[in-house]
Design a protein around this ligand. Structure first.
Ligand code: AMP
Length: 222
């Protein structure tokens, strides 16, 4: 069975813009895997694998893990049979060489059609959101302290897992991640604009509004 072309998606945008939250919602709705390179790295860190040991310092400094490591991880994930019906890539590619490597992987896997969903929002809003963000250790669900009425240490309202604040969500690290985004990741968008595969989503609305925008956009495209 060939996948619906619109279900091969790359969610792209700065940290805190809502890519992960929306990827979880859309992946569940269409029953396709959510491939988050950040989540994969955090799992490796938690397990203390060799990759995790290498990645921890880099993540905590708000910098990027080397391209060859990331490309290897994504190549393996995309070759898995579960992605045959579509997928959402979240957090990859983050550099132009990663985007070029991904194009090569797509052609090896004979994936011709895919879309890049670009999310954007005001930078100060991103800093505010990230400093308010808590994550469930068990199901990865993302909450905002002020609006969801949760604090780190509380049980996840959905699954009862422990809520925690990411080490790289400290304000100083958040600002470094945004600078890294502007310098190394934003140019990736030009790469996809030239290929005419980029779609735009305004990430400043509520979770429900943004997911409605994405669903409408996907149905218009199909
Ligand atoms: P995220 O959960 O997407 O915000 O990713 C958290 C951190 O993991 C990033 O700040 C990077 O240090 C690292 N990371 C995740 N994805 C990539 C990638 N594609 N390339 C390099 N580093 C990555």
């Amino acid at each position: 069975m060939t996948a619906h072309p619109m279900l091969r998606l790359i969610f792209f945008g700065p940290p805190g813009v809502g890519k992960g939250t929306q990827a979880k919602i859309i992946a569940k709705r269409f029953n396709i895997p959510h491939i988050s390179t950040g989540d994969m790295l955090r799992t490796a860190v938690a397990k203390g694998t060799e990759l995790g040991r290498k990645a921890k310092e880099i993540i905590d400094a708000g910098q990027l893990v080397p391209d060859d490591i990331m490309v290897g991880i994504v190549r393996e994930a995309l070759a898995a049979p579960e992605t045959a019906g579509g997928f959402i890539l979240d957090g990859f590619p983050r550099t132009v060489p990663q985007a070029q490597a991904l194009s090569k992987i797509f052609s090896e896997l004979r994936i011709g059609r895919y879309r890049v969903v670009e999310f954007d929002a005001d930078r100060e809003e991103l800093v505010r959101r990230l400093s308010q963000r808590v994550v469930c250790r068990t199901d990865g669900k993302i909450y905002t302290m002020a609006t969801d009425g949760v604090v780190p240490g509380m049980p996840c309202p959905d699954c009862g897992g422990e809520l925690y604040q990411r080490d790289d969500d400290k304000e100083e690290t958040v600002r470094r991640r945004l600078t890294v985004y502007e310098q190394q990741t934003a140019p990736v968008l030009d790469y996809y604009k030239k290929l005419k595969v980029a779609l735009y989503v305004d990430g400043s609305g509520s979770v429900v509004e943004v997911s409605r925008q994405i669903t409408m956009m996907l149905s218009e495209e199909s």
